[in-house]
Design a protein around this ligand. Structure first.
Ligand SMILES: Cc1cc2nc3c(=O)[nH]c(=O)nc-3n(C[C@H](O)[C@H](O)[C@H](O)COP(=O)(O)OP(=O)(O)OC[C@H]3O[C@@H](n4cnc5c(N)ncnc54)[C@H](O)[C@@H]3O)c2cc1C
Length: 264
């Protein structure tokens, strides 16, 4: 399946909403999950392959020219308009996906499979907890969009500084705690420390924690050890890992997750 870039909207200095339309989107089936994601294929800059391509087209291709798979959350799927919004972190020239989004022009094509996904805010809890960095804002935004006016949510969101904060429209009663890497004593631990210091509302809550691996792991440890969260009922996962490409991360992820499960 593939679609074409319709427009690119700058949400913050490092977050770009790529709006996809056309291609084969008429065959796309949306998902009820608010963390639904596609598995997209990003082509190296000088790859001879063009979208759409078949598996056979990759036969004999130099490994350096092969498409790189990356997962990206569906911020919004508008079935009527056949419009797919995806919020990409633009984290510099390293890698494939972020750099692709930075360069994306109307008419550029993206090939993908999906969607997958598993989380949707529970309708039986008193409130919802969301913790994450920019890579999780698509899922957090889609989740907040889905909440009814009667519900309540607490969001801990980490960005570089106040220019990187974005809107999270919702009918629910939402409190967003913005954390800034630029002023944090330690930008890699401030997320977990702030969650640990926070006073949570009374009552039952569900949990969505996604973003950088070591930050997610520290938040998980706190929530399970100190707040009685059942890890099997919480949506907690590392979307990416600092100083690791996605390929590096996928190679070590299973072992890392086993170590994480032994934390608490
Ligand atoms: C289910 C799922 C859903 C996801 N949804 C989204 C989404 O909606 N939006 C999104 O932006 N990401 C999302 N991610 C994360 C994204 O797939 C990874 O960040 C991926 O590594 C980006 O690929 P790349 O080619 O740009 O960089 P890579 O080639 O993988 O990495 C190059 C370098 O950039 C660094 N890097 C990677 N991601 C980031 C980042 N976010 N911030 C700073 N540095 C980074 C790496 O550590 C590495 O040093 C999701 C991941 C999963 C598993």
């Amino acid at each position: 399946m593939y679609a074409e870039v319709h427009e690119v909207i700058t949400l913050s200095p490092t977050l770009l909403r790529v709006v996809l339309t056309g291609g084969t989107l008429s065959q796309f089936e949306g998902s009820d999950a608010t963390d639904a994601y596609i598995n997209a294929q990003f082509l190296p800059a000088d790859s001879p392959v063009t979208v759409p391509f078949e598996a056979d087209d990759l036969d004999g291709l130099d490994p350096s020219m092969r498409p790189r798979p990356r997962r990206f959350t569906i911020r919004k799927w508008d079935a009527e308009q056949q419009r797919l919004d995806i919020d990409f972190v633009s984290h510099g020239e390293h890698g494939y996906a972020g750099a692709w989004a930075k360069r994306a022009q109307p008419g550029d094509r993206l090939q993908f499979k999906g969607p997958g996904g598993s989380y949707r805010p529970s309708d039986t809890v008193d409130w919802h907890l969301f913790v994450g960095d920019e890579s999780a804002f698509g899922a957090i935004g889609a989740s907040l969009d889905s909440l009814p006016a009667s519900s309540r949510a607490l969001v801990f969101a980490i960005v570089d500084d106040d220019e990187h904060e974005i809107d999270f429209p919702s009918n629910a009663d939402v409190t967003v705690h913005w954390l800034h890497r630029s002023t944090a004593a330690d930008p890699e631990t401030v997320l977990a420390e702030t969650v640990a210091d926070a006073t949570f509302p009374e009552g039952s809550f569900d949990v969505f924690v996604h973003g950088e691996a070591s930050e997610v792991r520290s938040v998980r440890k706190h929530l399970v050890a100190e707040r009685g969260v059942d890890p099997d009922r919480a949506s907690i996962s590392a979307y990416w890992r600092r100083n690791h490409t996605d390929e590096d991360w996928r190679r070590v992820k299973r072992e890392w997750m086993m170590a994480q499960s032994r934390d608490v």
